[in-house]
Write a protein of this length. Structure first.
Length: 755
């Protein structure tokens, strides 16, 4: 019963506080934290939560759903398409802020583990808070905002990796390079394995059951898969949150991703609210007073550090000084991942109790300052432009252009080796996974099935043959992939010098494939090494010569690629994917942005010609998405409807004015909404009424008085529908529907003519 009471208290207080914060225009995350502070045992004058253990369990579930939702918004393909610019910016910013966090912690004499976790917290800006700030300030459509969001996506995935590494470091209590390298390798191995297997199996399952799945079953399936991956992740030594993120990223590549996001959103909001409330419950006012100086120093560290190092990070990624400063100043806060990392440290028992409330206080204050930091970027740039020597500005401009590379600059060798390395890594991981599963599960089962009078050699042989059969498509693809590619052929014909290195790449892959076979045979048999190597080489050669295996490997790869691109293909079909020419527009300081027409917009019902978007704002409407319909290059007589998503082309200023006008030009609320109630009235046509002798169409009941005639009464129970040509007669009993005022006008008119 205590759990229900506590939950009721949390949700009621959170609802009141968040409504207040919504009124004040502040992020709801802060409202949840304040609500947690009010219901915590640290507040002596208010009701407080009794069963903190159960609330913490719910909060842990909240972390799982938060990261699952983050994974649903994440896409490995988006990261690959971003290029190196966001990667350079994200790594630069994270490294700089972690160094600052370690330095501040050591200055105050905190423990090594406190300093390490503090560094992780300060390195992560808040995606939620920054997105909300951009949206509130009307900046979300500008180009620098999209750059910031790209870096934040990378920071989120790096934060997941950081959590796993921090867990490994905390368990050893002695962080060193070996542990970090081992953690990174483990993360990479399981990420590739889970992602490849998940993309191969899950879309197939959803596709085969698509006709049977409704909204209810989709929620159950999505949450079930999330929890399953969380359990698997915990079983192999990672956190449950990491597994939830991985499953979310796998489902993000399916056609059903948008539906899953919509259906899981309420569940995520509920448990996420409990998590953020639990964050506020750990805030102790006494600790805040005692650690006022560290809080102030950490706030200045974040503001100054992100302002300087954040701007430098974006400059190193290829952005001009003005854009880099706008990006860097926007990231001057910490948010939800700082709380998650702090919760991890507390659950592992490796950080001090004071660190959590200190970080929460820093997050709250920097969140309030975020809009002012975004606004301060432009004046600071203008000040630098006036104060810095011109040669310094020119040098900064050269620095910002050093890292802009294109695919055309990459050599054939670089392309070929990177692609071969990718195939070797992916197929090696899949082969290792198959071997582990066969040796861990099938081999013991085969030994148990061995007859008492027989020997175990046949079980080993059966397991070995099946294992080789299962991994043979992977090994063949590893050896043969890219051997007939354009890069390989170009290098082969370009110079005889290239031929020996090219053959060496094939031999290396044959050796790797032979190593897998060597391991299998050596594990199951007791032959001499020479025999094992000979058998392995012969088997690899047979695999290479096998056209059947070639067809199997190609078929498997096509299924995987088709599953991986299924959501992208569906988005192209339904018009939700951005045009490919957008990248070229960015070089000319214009880009494409999307705007949703509000339901109450004055633009609804008007044509594009009437809106005059080109003359008023200088933007071009390139497409209109309406449900599953896409209207490309709409004509001037195309009508805009509520809920339409408009794609427009222009520069930052033009698009900002266009979006502001769309948002502001709305129909105001009806002050007389109570008078809009529809009522049913019976009216008897008087002998001298003006309706007598007129048809329904001539009477003006609909056009003049705004009412609707339901029917003509005949008897006590029947109403007869009448046509517009019906002629009214005295004594007709008609039933009308309309607003009270309009009905009174008809009645008054009828009575006036009667007297």
């Amino acid at each position: 019963m205590n759990l229900v009471t506590d939950l009721a208290l949390i949700l009621i207080v959170a609802s009141i506080v968040t409504l207040l914060f919504k009124k004040l225009g502040q992020p709801l995350v802060l409202g949840y934290i304040v609500a947690g502070f009010l219901v915590s045992p640290n507040m002596p004058y208010t009701m407080s939560v009794v069963d903190k253990t159960s609330i913490q369990t719910w909060a842990d579930i909240g972390v799982i759903f938060l990261l699952f939702s983050l994974g649903l918004d994440f896409s490995f393909k988006k990261i690959l398409k971003m290029g190196m610019a966001p990667v350079i910016a994200a790594i630069s910013i994270i490294f700089s802020m972690m160094v600052l966090g370690l330095s501040v912690g050591h200055i105050f004499g905190w423990s090594n583990m406190d300093c390490i976790f503090l560094a992780g917290m300060l390195a992560m800006s808040s995606t939620t808070i920054i997105y909300k700030a951009f949206d509130d300030m009307g900046l979300r459509q500008q180009r620098f905002a999209s750059l910031v969001m790209s870096v934040l996506i990378l920071e989120d995935i790096l934060a997941i990796i950081m959590m796993v590494m921090l867990s490994a470091i905390a368990s050893g209590q002695n962080p060193n390079g070996g542990q970090m390298l081992e953690s990174v390798l483990q993360i990479g191995f399981f990420l590739v394995l889970w992602f490849v297997v998940g993309i191969f199996l899950i879309p197939q399952f959803l596709r085969s059951t698509r006709k049977l799945i409704n909204d209810e079953t989709m929620v159950i399936i999505a949450i079930g898969l999330c929890c399953l991956m969380a359990v698997i992740s915990t079983g192999v030594g990672f956190s449950s949150a990491f597994g939830a993120f991985v499953m979310g990223s796998i489902l993000a590549e399916t056609i059903e991703a948008d539906k899953i996001i919509r259906l899981v959103e309420p569940v995520k909001n509920l448990f996420g609210a409990v998590f953020f409330v639990s964050v506020g419950m750990l805030v102790d006012p006494k600790i805040l007073v005692d650690y006022a100086l560290p809080i102030a120093v950490l706030i200045l560290t974040i503001l100054i550090g992100q302002g300087i190092f954040g701007s430098l990070g974006f400059m190193l990624s290829g952005q001009p000084l003005r854009t880099a400063m706008r990006c860097g100043f926007s990231m001057a806060q910490i948010g939800e991942f700082a709380f998650i990392i702090a919760s991890l440290g507390l659950s592992l028992g490796v950080i001090s109790n004071f660190l959590y409330p200190v970080v929460v206080a820093v997050s709250v204050i920097t969140t309030f300052i975020t809009p002012y930091m975004i606004r301060a970027a432009e004046p600071c740039y203008e000040l630098l432009e006036r104060k810095l020597p011109k040669r310094w500005l020119r040098r900064l401009s050269r620095i910002s252009g050093n890292h802009q590379t294109t695919a055309a600059e990459q050599s054939n060798w670089k392309k070929l080796l990177s692609q071969i390395s990718l195939y070797v890594v992916v197929y090696s991981i899949l082969s290792i996974a198959v071997i582990v599963i066969m040796f861990a599960f099938f081999l013991p089962l085969a030994h148990k099935m061995t007859p008492s009078w027989g020997k175990e050699w046949w079980a080993d042989a059966l397991c070995g043959l099946l294992t080789v059969m299962f991994i043979s498509p992977f090994l063949r693809a590893m050896v043969m992939k890219k051997n007939h590619s354009e890069e390989f052929r170009a290098l082969w014909t370009e110079s005889r010098v290239n031929r020996l290195p090219l053959l060496f790449t094939v031999l290396i892959r044959i050796a790797i494939a032979a190593t897998f076979l060597f391991y299998i045979i050596n594990h199951l048999g007791h032959f001499k090494n020479a025999v094992i190597i000979t058998v392995a080489v012969v088997a690899v050669v047979l695999m290479i010569m096998s056209r059947r295996l070639k067809r199997r490997s190609i078929k498997l790869e096509r299924v995987f690629v088709n599953n991986l691109r299924s959501r992208e293909i569906e988005a192209q079909v339904h018009g939700r994917r951005r045009p490919l020419f957008e990248g070229r527009l960015l070089d000319r300081d214009i880009h494409i942005s999307e705007f949703d027409v509000p339901e109450e917009s004055e633009w609804a019902g008007k044509t594009l010609q009437q809106l005059q978007s080109r003359n008023r704002f200088g933007v071009h409407v390139s497409s209109i998405m309406r449900g599953r319909q896409r209207i490309n290059i709409p004509r001037g007589d195309t009508v805009v409807f509520p809920g339409d998503r408009i794609q427009a082309i222009g520069n930052d200023e033009q698009l900002a004015q266009f979006g502001k006008a769309m948002k502001n030009e709305t129909i105001s609320d009806d002050p007389d909404i109570e008078k809009r109630e529809m009522k049913l009235r019976k009216i008897i046509v008087a002998p001298n009424s003006s309706f007598v002798g007129k048809t329904l169409q001539q009477s003006g009941i609909r056009d003049k008085y705004g009412c609707m005639l339901i029917g003509l009464e005949e008897g006590k129970e029947n109403l007869t529908m009448i046509s517009p040509s019906h002629v009214f007669e005295a004594g007709d009993e008609i039933w009308l529907v309309g607003e009270e005022e309009n009905l009174e006008r008809i009645i008054k008119r009828n009575n006036e003519l009667t007297n």
